[in-house]
Design a protein around this ligand. Structure first.
Ligand code: NAD
Ligand code: UGA
Length: 474
């Protein structure tokens, strides 16, 4: 067992999906380390201090409850947290820039720079600054320059420690990570951070590299993962055209140990706040360094994902006699994957927008996403680049979107059901009850291939899945 000086104080700037869970886990596993998570968003901080956490993650409530009030604090007191800390994590958002140079591709590093300036302003003595946010390679250089030029006598080491947790499994990913990656120039600073993680993670799983390899490994890992999803989704289109079954193809290729079975689930398209953003960031970097072919290669992963989302909505319209106008469509699931309340870049947003443009009436149900969030995502999907929403689109959403409290209510009187998130509860719905409440033909479009198709067909449904032959009761 490694030891860490008991007086160690950690601060984390950014109490989001990464900052909250990662710091809660450090605090849980290291009761003698003082962990202070700060954010400018008072509402978010209040939620972290309540019993209704801003992030839904299985097992997270227990982790937070164990540590909060003991050695874990959430506050908006950024200056104080920085000034007291030995190690400062930066876990703020790094969204795609939507203005100026690199718009639509480059990462917006405004929040990172503001953090660096704040750290320089509030620090005395020596601090270790850790990049936890996902950043373009060589950002640490800029962070170091800002820290050193704005410092009031303090000195800094900058480390890169990207986060690999996936939403919905964050607690397990943090408890038993495949690896922790730490990049840095100063051996002492790297070792100090290694010792924190080594309290619960085997040493051989803590990899140390140089700064740039660490930064680039994070973008590369997400690019490879997203590429697998786009690859299997590309094959799903070919399966639909040929009568092959994409789940059978995935099983057949996944048993090859060189390919492996994970991340081969064909779907309506990947979502989440990071895959698209990080690939576009990689594309921008490649373009910046004049690597045009490399940029085009990776960009195709996003192009394929857009195609997959659009293909799904087009298939719904085509199958339903080329019109969904004034037809009621139940949307089962709005989060970008199961076991999270996160809807950022969810495929559901794109499919709903396409269907609303076709004048469908949508009744949306998601077990974890509140109505206000669904409406705000749809409004953003119709808004222009600066966030403006026309009256026409506002009326379209208001008149045609209802949010239901369960899957049965959503499907009542519907012409079709579209499954957009793979929530477990959809697998066990009472097919008879759903079918009796629906119009005929009762269409099901399973965008996640999770439903028991044979059973649904027996009940009278017509089922369309991703990359599989359609099935109907004869
Ligand atoms: P998030 O939007 O949920 O949280 C970021 C938080 O930072 C927000 O609450 C915001 O108010 C706060 N913030 C922004 N600027 C601030 C400032 N100057 N001072 C104090 N607080 C500030 O974002 P997230 O999903 O937690 O992602 C954070 C970073 O981690 C991103 O770079 C992302 O790419 C990366 N990442 C995310 C995930 C994930 O699963 N969401 C996984 C791995 C890595
Ligand atoms: C992903 C990575 O898995 C994490 O390692 C990384 O830390 C994180 O991005 C990040 O940097 O933000 P996350 O986006 O939370 O995590 O969730 P994933 O499980 O990767 O799923 C992403 C999307 O791909 C989801 O919409 C999911 O439904 C879809 N997906 C995933 C598929 O369609 N098929 C699959 O086989 C796997």
């Amino acid at each position: 067992m490694n030891t860490t000086p008991s007086s160690l104080k950690i601060c984390c700037i950014g109490a989001g999906y990464v900052g909250g869970p990662t710091m809660a886990m450090i605090a849980k596993q290291c009761p003698d380390i003082d962990v202070h998570v700060v954010d400018l968003n008072q509402t978010r901080v209040d939620q972290w201090n309540s019993s209704d956490l801003p992030v839904y993650e299985p097992g997270l409530d227990e982790v937070v409850q164990e540590a909060r009030g003991r050695n874990l604090r959430f506050s908006t007191n950024v200056d104080q947290a920085i000034s007291e800390a030995d190690i400062i994590f930066i876990a703020v958002n790094t969204p795609t820039k939507y203005f100026g140079i690199g718009a639509g591709r480059a990462a917006n590093l405004e929040f990172i720079e503001k953090c660096a300036r704040k750290i320089a302003e509030c620090s005395q003595g020596h601090k270790i600054v850790v990049e936890k946010s996902t950043l373009p390679v060589r950002t640490a250089e800029a962070v170091k320059r800002i820290l050193n030029s704005a410092a009031k006598g303090a000195t800094f080491d900058v480390l890169s420690n990207p986060e690999f947790l996936a939403e919905g499994t964050a607690v397990q990913d943090l408890l038993h990570p495949d690896r922790v990656l730490i990049g840095g120039e100063s051996k002492e600073a790297v070792e100090r951070l290694v010792q924190v993680y080594a309290r619960w993670i085997p040493r051989e799983r803590i990899l140390t590299t140089n700064l740039w390899s660490s930064e680039l490994s994070k973008l590369t890992a997400n690019a490879f993962l997203a590429q697998r999803v786009s690859s299997i989704n590309a094959i799903s289109a070919l399966c639909e055209a040929t009568g092959a079954d994409v789940d059978e193809v995935a099983r057949a290729i996944g048993t090859d140990s060189r390919i492996g079975p994970k991340f081969l689930k064909a779907s309506v398209g990947f979502g989440g706040s990071c895959f698209q953003k990080d690939i576009l960031n990689l594309v921008y970097l490649c373009e910046h360094f004049g690597l045009r072919e490399v940029a085009q290669y990776w960009e195709q992963v996003v192009v394929m994902n857009d195609y997959q989302k659009r293909r799904f909505s087009e298939r719904i319209v085509r199958t339903m006699f080329n019109t969904v106008s004034d037809k009621k469509i139940a949307i089962w699931g709005f989060a970008f994957k199961k076991d999270t309340n996160d809807t950022r870049e969810s495929a559901a947003i794109h499919v709903c927008r396409d269907l609303l443009e076709e004048r469908a009436r949508l009744v949306i149900y998601d077990p974890r996403v509140p109505e206000s969030q669904i409406r705000s995502e749809l409004e953003m999907a119709f808004a222009d680049l600066v966030g403006g929403l026309s009256d026409k689109h506002k009326k379209l959403i208001d008149a045609n979107v209802t949010v239901a409290t369960d899957a049965y209510a959503a499907a009542k009187d519907a012409h079709a059901i579209a499954v957009l998130t793979e929530w477990d509860e959809f697998k066990t719905v009472d097919a008879t009850r759903v079918f009796e409440g629906m119009r005929r033909p009762a269409f099901v479009f399973d965008g996640r291939n999770i439903l028991d198709r044979e059973n649904l067909v027996k009940h009278g449904f017509e089922v369309h899945s991703i990359g599989r032959p359609s099935l109907a009761h004869i």
